[in-house]
Design a binder for this molecule. Sequence first.
Ligand SMILES: C[S@@+](CC[C@H](N)C(=O)[O-])C[C@H]1O[C@@H](n2cnc3c(N)ncnc32)[C@H](O)[C@@H]1O
Length: 294
Amino acid sequence: MGDSAGHAQAHAEARLMAGRRLDMDDEQFADWARLLERRTGLFISPDRRSFLASGIRARMRESGCSSSREYYNRLIAGGIQAHEWSLLIDRLTVHETCFFRHRASMQLIRERLVPEVLEKQRGYLAWSVGCATGEESYSLAMQIDSCMGAVAGDCYFGVTGTDISLPSLRKARKGIYLRRRLGDIPDDLQNKYCETVSSRHFQITEQLRKRVCFAQLNLRDVETAPMARVNLIYCQNLLIYYDRGYRTEIVDKLAEFLRPGGVLILGSGELLDWRNSNMEKVRYPDTLAYRRTN
Ligand SMILES: C[S@@+](CC[C@H](N)C(=O)[O-])C[C@H]1O[C@@H](n2cnc3c(N)ncnc32)[C@H](O)[C@@H]1O
């Protein structure tokens, strides 16, 4: 895990662990890790045992459960546990994000990818995988919309953001953020796509929000996603939480959702030496992107 996401995760884990008793033995850890991987695809490596224990303890406390065995049995009991699962997953995932987090990838989209599609087609569809609270999806929408003005006639575009975390998606749909985050957005785009709603907050304009939709999707179930084929898949700072084998499997499945010529953008360094006979590397500085060739 190389970049600021790694630090963010370390901080989140430190916060969770602060002042808490950690008592999960090897067997309990193995049971929990297996259950989480089977049910959610979430892989928790042994060195993150205390993070897992703290997250579980927090949910036990919040849900009034006194022993981890009782909590475990409650979760596997079936029936109406979906809500508790989603709250636990939320505790065990890191939602750190910001607008225009990876500038070079965003530049590639605006400078090259969108214009080359709009030369031939009247529409552009993008998918932000692991979108957290929506900043990434709205950044994509701003980049795409900025290219639309240069094209004569009507053009359509849409961005879909998916994530496992329901609380994050709720926030994403509102499109309301702290004003101090405005600085992450280039000046010309701030003026066009953001409006002040209070002394502390701004909101993404309704016009842009209409272009962006959010849905819950677990990466584990990605092949069943009810997604149309898209021009762009953007997946950054998510694969880093999974092991190498799983990353390759997921990225192979994501590639199936691209239109011919469509591009998959990952975080630099998130998947080294990936080979897929339908995909070729896109050469652009400081980015990791692959184009579907057929
Ligand atoms: C660190 S955030 C990255 C957000 C954004 N992509 C960015 O780069 O700023 C990782 C996001 O991936 C989501 N996530 C983790 N595991 C997931 C899974 N199995 N399925 C779907 N989303 C998942 C988390 O809920 C979190 O919102």
